[in-house]
Design a protein around this ligand. Structure first.
Ligand SMILES: Cc1ncc(COP(=O)(O)O)c(C=O)c1O
Length: 385
């Protein structure tokens, strides 16, 4: 193929292939058990799959409404109101998106101007910063420490300047597995109250919370809700990450701007899947039972990991568990992650790639959204180290 002859000016000169792709490829090459990327290795509910087939066979195969099929937006609004006592108008305040990733990208694109600052709490999921940079914004970091991954809100506040346009939070948090308490959310609310800062609240793991804790959605807090885009993912909740289905909820004035971008980036998302989700969401057990489903997996994984030399604090939410390996080796996390794939046939994610300046706290992340036999084999390897 003939190549465009350079020089061309990359808009993201520092972006490499994501760690998930690199590690996933290495895992496949070495036939390793893959606990790296965040997706289940079991099937979704066959009833949900049938609903999609039915929707296709019933002729829902043309464009949906630009903000999403109304029936789906309606049931999303009912769900949020029931769980968090906040009423969003499905006509104007909810938009169905191509996963949470597009919701986040669209919210950033709609509001971040060149030289605006956006505060990102690190370690962070990797889609935030490229979206900020593509829009000319400047990511400003708040790095959590690996002892407890808790935010010191006084310290956090020092990152705010007159140029701060946006703050991005993520609870339950990938990769740490920590959740924000009500107190955390109240402190954030007080910090943002006197400002015009917009909040993106990445809540894709809202239904994966353990030990009876509650998900403190930004939508629960009056002042936060008035400035927030709540971003959610059906992929995470219904074991269908490959469908790339999510949504965004936010107050009308913000959503109005969001939709201006959405309608030209994607216009609308997969119609039959939206029809199916609208019907599937009628039964609240389909999402309320997810906490218990994943708690069983977390407890099984950690019960066996207790026999190993890894140190860990049990994950409070998400389907990820961080482990500190310093009792076993002092090598760098990327080196260890590679060595485990090649020598032990087990894939994980090195946390340094999520930290500011690739800080290496000697932590690995394992995804426990896997079949029991996969977790059994993985923990056998971990206990042998
Ligand atoms: C914290 C976080 N936000 C967003 C996403 C992306 O969600 P989706 O697949 O719905 O785009 C992920 C996926 O791993 C995630 O972990």
């Amino acid at each position: 193929m003939s190549m465009l002859s350079g020089p061309y000016h990359s808009k993201l000169p520092n972006i490499k292939t994501t760690i998930f792709t690199t590690v996933g490829n290495l895992a496949r090459k070495h036939k390793a058990i893959d606990l790296s990327q965040g997706f289940p290795n079991f099937e979704a509910d066959p009833n949900l799959l049938n609903l999609v087939t039915e929707a296709m066979q019933s002729g829902h195969n043309q464009y949906a409404a630009m903000p999403g099929y109304y029936g789906l937006r309606e049931i999303i609004a009912q769900k949020i109101e029931k769980l968090h006592s906040r009423a969003y108008d499905p006509s104007t305040e909810i938009t169905v998106t191509v996963g949470a990733t597009q919701a986040i990208y669209t919210a950033i694109t709609a509001f971040v101007h060149p030289d605006d600052e956006v505060i990102v709490i690190k370690p962070a999921y990797d889609c935030y910063e490229p979206a900020i940079e593509l829009n000319g914004g400047i990511p400003i970091y708040y790095q959590l420490n690996s002892q407890d991954y808790k935010v010191d809100w006084k310290e956090f506040k020092t990152r705010i300047t007159p140029k701060t346009r946006m703050v991005i939070i993520n609870t339950p948090h990938n990769p740490s597995g920590r959740i924000f308490s009500k107190e955390d959310m109240l402190q954030l609310q007080e910090i943002l109250r006197p400002t015009n800062i917009i909040l993106i609240s990445d809540e894709v793991y809202e239904h994966i919370i353990f030990d009876g804790a509650e998900h403190e959605s930004a939508s629960r807090f009056d002042d936060l809700a008035s400035r927030s885009f709540i971003c959610a993912s059906f992929g995470k909740t219904f074991h269908v990450t490959g469908w790339k289905m999510g949504y965004c909820a936010g107050p009308e004035a913000l959503m109005h701007e969001f939709r201006k971008v959405h309608q030209f980036a994607v216009f609308c998302v997969d119609h039959p899947v939206q029809r199916a989700l609208a019907r599937y969401l009628q039964n609240e057990r389909h999402y309320l039972e997810l906490n218990d489903f994943y708690q069983e997996k977390r407890d099984f994984f950690l019960g066996r990991l207790k026999e190993s030399r890894f140190k860990f604090t049990p994950s409070e939410g998400t389907y990820f568990q961080l482990v500190d390996y310093t009792n076993i080796t002092q090598e760098g996390d990327e080196d260890l992650s590679k060595r485990l794939i090649i020598d032990k046939k087990l894939a994980s994610i090195a946390i340094s790639s999520f930290n500011v300046d690739y800080r290496d706290d000697k932590m690995l992340r394992f995804c426990f959204a896997k079949k029991k036999e996969t977790l059994e084999k993985a923990t056998e390897i971990l206990c042998s180290l």
